[in-house]
Write a protein that binds this ligand. Structure first.
Ligand code: NAD
Length: 439
């Protein structure tokens, strides 16, 4: 569904009208295209702490110039040296003179130490304060630029590269105001950065259309063989997607009693297991609780959270998930903020977050990771069918003043699936343009 408002305010007369009336003016976001450099210009590096030398080296290694510039593409600040609230002034001193000169679709990254792993109260308070700073700056920076906070554990300096690549590139176009934790992990060498998933097998549920099809396409672009799964009724579309990505298709209802065992059998016999599992299949059956039928409640619970939980348990217990495995669950901002008419859906999507947070430490020794990705307003057939006013409000209520695309969710999942992201586990990453809902 074309965003006609965005087209209008990007045109000459539309721009003038929007400016005069103070209306939001969403910019066209810089999204990744093959061959594109990670950063669209130099990055200004600031702050002091245990990450500065790693940052300097890593940025150089990934081809990002760190230099003073009248219009930097990115501002990257090492805040690990801030160990008391009084030192937060350093944020003001660094960002105040330069924040207005960040380029359109530019990047702001602040790196800190997770408050729970700090030495004392003063440091914990200062590091926790970074979250409010970054989330506020994300709402101010404007013109398609984004801001994130990355808490890096002591000793995890070498586990940072894939996360820097993602957040500094066009792949994170619709992700803003997020707080991500990078922990200590062994990072394997990646031979080909254009195909980091070469040799990996990925399972994507609900892959016949929408966000699932974009995930299948993106993981295949990155080199994975993708097993595309959907219900038999979607068989034709499913084959089309599987063929287009050079993967294979599997028709299965994930809620069937024997689905986990059937899936395990399929993946073990044909692929000797699975490396990446994306629980994307999801349904909505919206009604206020008082009007909701038992079937509406039960079906949403069964698809969105019961089936993924059973599949995860089965895969781990029977060692179908290989060492270095990745599990990603699709949550939703409805699972964070809640939504009238979606008690069933909101419960399941919060459950998906619970799965990621609870299983992460248990999968650590395998090692494997599990994370949740929570989309906001994404331009799909589902959102195109909304009444026009609801759709317009949904689109604009975020810092980027526009809806996201399925590719934005897919790129986030590809980052979590990356071999270099072994230190990112138990996180909830929202792909919502920093939605005002559940902020
Ligand atoms: P969609 O309805 O277009 O696709 C979902 C797919 O899941 C369909 O192909 C469907 O056939 C499949 N599916 C449903 N039940 C299944 C079952 N029992 N077994 C196997 N496959 C089954 O949805 P979408 O908009 O692409 O959303 C994908 C995911 O992202 C969902 O989990 C959804 O809750 C989540 N999400 C979407 C948005 C959005 O704006 N579109 C926002 C937040 C979260």
């Amino acid at each position: 569904m074309a965003d006609l408002y965005q087209q209008f305010v990007s045109s000459g007369p539309g721009k003038a009208v929007a400016q005069r009336l103070g209306l939001p003016r969403p910019v066209r976001l810089r999204r990744y295209e093959p061959g594109q450099p990670i950063a669209a210009g130099p990055v200004l590096l600031g702050g002091h702490g245990r990450l500065l030398s790693t940052l300097t080296k890593t940025l150089e290694a990934i081809g990002i110039e760190t230099a003073d510039s009248a219009s930097p593409y990115g501002l990257v600040f090492d805040a690990t040296g801030i160990i008391a609230p009084e030192q937060l002034r350093e944020l003001y001193d660094f960002f105040h003179p330069v924040v207005r000169s960040v380029r359109p679709s530019g990047r702001v990254l602040v790196l800190g130490t997770a408050p729970e792993s700090t030495e004392n109260v003063a440091e914990a308070v200062a590091q926790r304060a970074l979250e409010g700073f970054v989330r506020s700056l994300g709402k101010e920076v404007g013109r398609g630029a984004t801001a994130q906070l990355i808490y890096v554990a002591e000793g995890a300096e070498d586990a940072l590269e894939s996360t820097l690549r993602f957040f500094l590139s066009g792949k994170s176009a619709y992700v803003s105001g997020q707080v991500v934790r990078v922990g200590v992990a062994e990072i394997p060498q990646v031979q080909d950065h254009d195909r980091p998933l070469a040799g990996k097998v990925a399972l994507v549920t609900g892959a016949s259309r929408g966000i699932g099809a974009a995930i299948a396409k993106t993981l295949a672009r990155d080199g994975a063989h993708v097993v595309c799964l959907d219900v038999p009724a979607q068989g034709e579309d499913l084959s089309r997607v599987a063929n287009a990505v050079g993967g294979s298709s599997l028709q299965l209802d994930i809620t069937a009693e024997k689905a986990p065992a059937a899936l395990a059998e399929h993946l073990s016999t044909r692929h000797q297991g699975v490396d990446i599992v994306v629980h994307n299949a999801g349904i909505i059956r919206d009604k206020t609780l008082a009007r909701m039928s038992e079937a509406q409640w039960d079906s949403v619970l069964a698809v969105n959270v019961v089936a993924p939980a059973r599949i995860n348990d089965h895969f781990v217990e029977h060692q179908v998930l290989r060492t270095g495995g990745r599990i990603v669950g699709l949550a939703s901002i409805a699972g964070i903020a809640g939504n009238a008419g979606q008690t069933n859906y909101g419960a399941t999507k919060a459950g998906v977050i619970g799965l990621a947070q609870t299983l992460a430490p248990r999968l650590h020794s395998l090692p494997a990771t599990i994370n949740a990705v929570a989309p906001g307003f994404i331009e799909t057939k589902m959102t195109a069918s909304m009444p026009v006013t609801v759709r317009e409000v949904g689109r604009r209520l975020n810092s980027l003043a526009q809806g996201g695309l399925p590719i934005d969710v897919a790129e986030t999942i590809a980052w979590l699936a990356h071999p270099g992201s072994a230190g990112v586990s138990g996180c909830v990453v929202r792909v919502c343009g920093q939605s005002l809902l559940g902020a």
